[in-house]
Ligand binder design. Structure first.
Ligand code: NAP
Length: 161
């Protein structure tokens, strides 16, 4: 089967936190800009909770939302019930997997690339992701440091080792 290019796009604190109370624990406008640039024109694949956390449907991108609830519908969302179904719906278009933790877990074995924002501080939160580099399956191909921001962060691109 032909498969689209799959990129995980994730921002993660030093202590593994990626979410708090249904939202992000930080506000980093450079990261939001990068998210927009990376995902524009791609198919967004996300969990139902992440879809619910968006302030609105994001322009210029299809939203494929994964849920177990066969009755779930929302304006602007195409509904899938598994990773395979989401990929089928994407067809040949590049896919950006944008979370949350459950959905990153589903797609990590399938992903070609990870666009990681390392938020270089610890945060209190309720949603966590392991560092994808801990398995040795990923190698860094690009890095951009922003040490003087508050919080400091780093953009890292990972590809399969
Ligand atoms: N820092 C980041 O990069 C980032 C990115 C995205 C989200 N977040 C944050 O993470 C939090 C939300 O993430 P989350 O991990 O709690 O939720 P999520 O992954 O966005 O969504 C979880 C939902 O996805 C559906 N689902 C999960 N596994 C499934 C499977 N195998 N088959 C079918 N459906 C499945 C279920 O929906 P139903 O309950 O409808 O069945 C489940 O409740 C928020 O705080 C958000 O702001 C952070």
């Amino acid at each position: 089967m032909r498969r689209p290019l799959i990129t995980l796009v994730v921002a993660r604190a030093s202590n593994g936190v990626i979410g708090k109370d249904g939202g992000l624990p930080w506000h980093i406008s450079a990261d939001l800009k990068r998210f927009k640039a990376l995902t524009m024109g791609t198919v967004l694949v996300m969990g139902r909770k992440t879809f619910d956390s968006l302030p609105k449907v994001l322009p210029g991108r299809r939203h494929v939302v994964i849920t177990r609830d066969r009755g779930w519908r929302a304006d602007g969302a195409e509904v899938a019930h598994s990773a395979g179904e989401a990929l089928e719906m994407a067809g040949d278009e590049p896919v950006s997997v944008i979370g949350g933790a459950d959905i990153f877990g589903l797609f990590l074995p399938l992903a070609d690339r990870i666009e990681l924002t390392e938020v270089l501080a610890d945060f209190v939160g309720d949603t966590f992701l392991e560092d994808p580099r801990s398995t040795g399956e990923w190698r860094e191909v690009e890095r951009q440091d922003h040490p003087d921001e508050d919080p400091p962060f780093r953009f890292v691109t990972l590809e399969r080792a």
